[in-house]
Design a protein around this ligand. Sequence first.
Ligand code: HMG
Ligand code: MG
Length: 312
Amino acid sequence: MTTSRFPSRVRIVEVGPRDGLQNEKQVVPADVKVELIRRLADAGLQTIEATSFVSPKWVPQMGDNTEVLTRVLAQPAPGVDYPVLTPNLKGFEAALAAGAKEVAVFGAASESFSQKNINCSIAESLTRFRPVTEAARAAGVKVRGYISCVVGCPYEGAVPPHKVAEVAATLLEMGCYEISLGDTIGTGNPASVRRMLEAVAKVVPVQQLAGHYHDTYGMAAANVAASLELGVAVFDASVGGLGGCPYAAGASGNVATEDLVWLLHGMGIATGIDLDRLVDTAAWISAQLGREPASRVARAVLAKRAQAACAN
Ligand code: HMG
Ligand code: MG
């Protein structure tokens, strides 16, 4: 197989500091978050989701959002964007006050998940997002739109592709520049992800779609490969495979950034990311959290390095 049918370059949106750390049992200190974001930029990541402006009662792990974003934006790496999640106008205003230049609204294709995650129906959520997108446009802030449960829901099971397409079309019409499609619980496979993408691509240009695949059942890389075949060229990933979702029991992290980079570089697809530095970062944040990196690629690279060190 040649690589000619795949995009020649992929943009990776690093979500570890948000999607990863929001799910840690311990609240990770702001110093560690800021240092993680700095190391990710050093490794070549150009979009790093820094935090979320959600209720600290719901997600205490992100309660230091203003401190983290303010500190990161005080010394931004050149050419790097630091988007943040904003579920409503209150979150948007706090993010804007902290200097955010890009935000993301996040809805779902499943009613039950929408209720559990953001305490409202899908229709209510879209009504809440509209003033956020309007305020963002007035302030010159870019807005990304997330949809959770694009193939499976922890409460409702399989999610029909047309539900995803409906929400995606509304987010696009509101002004979201990109729609990130979340396989929140990682139950997708290349066939179901393909069916979902084909439905969504009828209403949103594929250039404006991103894959956000959690790796709970080890299918994330396969789902990325299926998405590449359809022309998707933006993927969300989490260094060290950190994360999960606080409102989806058992969900594990996103595809590990280093697994994704390994896959893409192996296929001849450029990312601009230095894999060695990324693995160092995966090892560093995992050590901060008191564990080994979860990703296969980080473990393989670190084992190879240890072997080479012994041989010398
Ligand atoms: P609510 O309780 O319905 O909100 O929460 P409310 O408007 O009724 O307000 C209740 C209280 O919350 C009030 O405070 C508000 O001021 C406060 P009180 O008067 O009781 O002291 N409040 C806020 N505080 C700080 N920041 C805010 C904010 N809004 C209200 N922005 C809300 C609704 C959406 C806020 C809540 O449900 C929430 O914060 N949910 C967070 C859910 C979350 O962060 N989930 C994880 C991220 S999504 C995800 O991981 C999926 C994704 O990765 C894609 C995928 O994998 O599928 C993106
Ligand atoms: Mg997620």
